[in-house]
Design a protein around this ligand. Structure first.
Ligand code: FES
Length: 131
């Protein structure tokens, strides 16, 4: 069974192969619907699209084992590459500089061991965005 390590929460869980990351996190009591740079997690925990890949609040970075997940889905591609897509543009900003590791937890299928960083920082004013 694949092992998922949540680095910020310092928690590890075993999941069945093919499980969905957000579902397994919820089952383990981990909120992956975080806010922006530490703000809004309490709201996003309840105000989100409930795993439909539409809101973008379940952004995570797969810091290890990205090859053990499914490919980027069309919904993730839309969320990350369409700045004007409602409800907010933050997923696009978060994606810049993290193209190889950023995923939506609800669209990420686990096929092997991975490490997950919840609520990755959004670099609103950094070099990556303006380069
Ligand atoms: S829960 Fe809304 S995009 Fe994942």
């Amino acid at each position: 069974m694949p092992l998922v390590k949540f680095t910020n929460e310092n928690k590890e869980i075993e999941v069945p192969a093919g499980a969905w990351l957000r579902e397994e996190a919820v089952r383990a009591g981990i909120n992956l619907n975080c806010g922006v740079n530490g703000y809004g997690a309490d709201v996003n925990k309840y105000v989100n699209c409930m795993g439909k890949g539409m809101c973008g609040t379940c952004r995570v970075r797969i810091t290890s084992g990205i090859e053990n997940t499914n490919s980027l889905t069309k919904r993730e591609w839309l969320r990350f590459k369409t700045p004007g897509l409602p409800p907010d543009p933050i997923p696009c900003l978060a994606y810049v500089g993290n193209e190889e590791t950023m995923r939506l937890a609800c669209m990420t299928q686990i096929n092997g061991d991975i490490e997950v960083e919840s609520g990755p920082e959004v670099n609103l004013f950094g070099d990556n965005f303006f380069s």
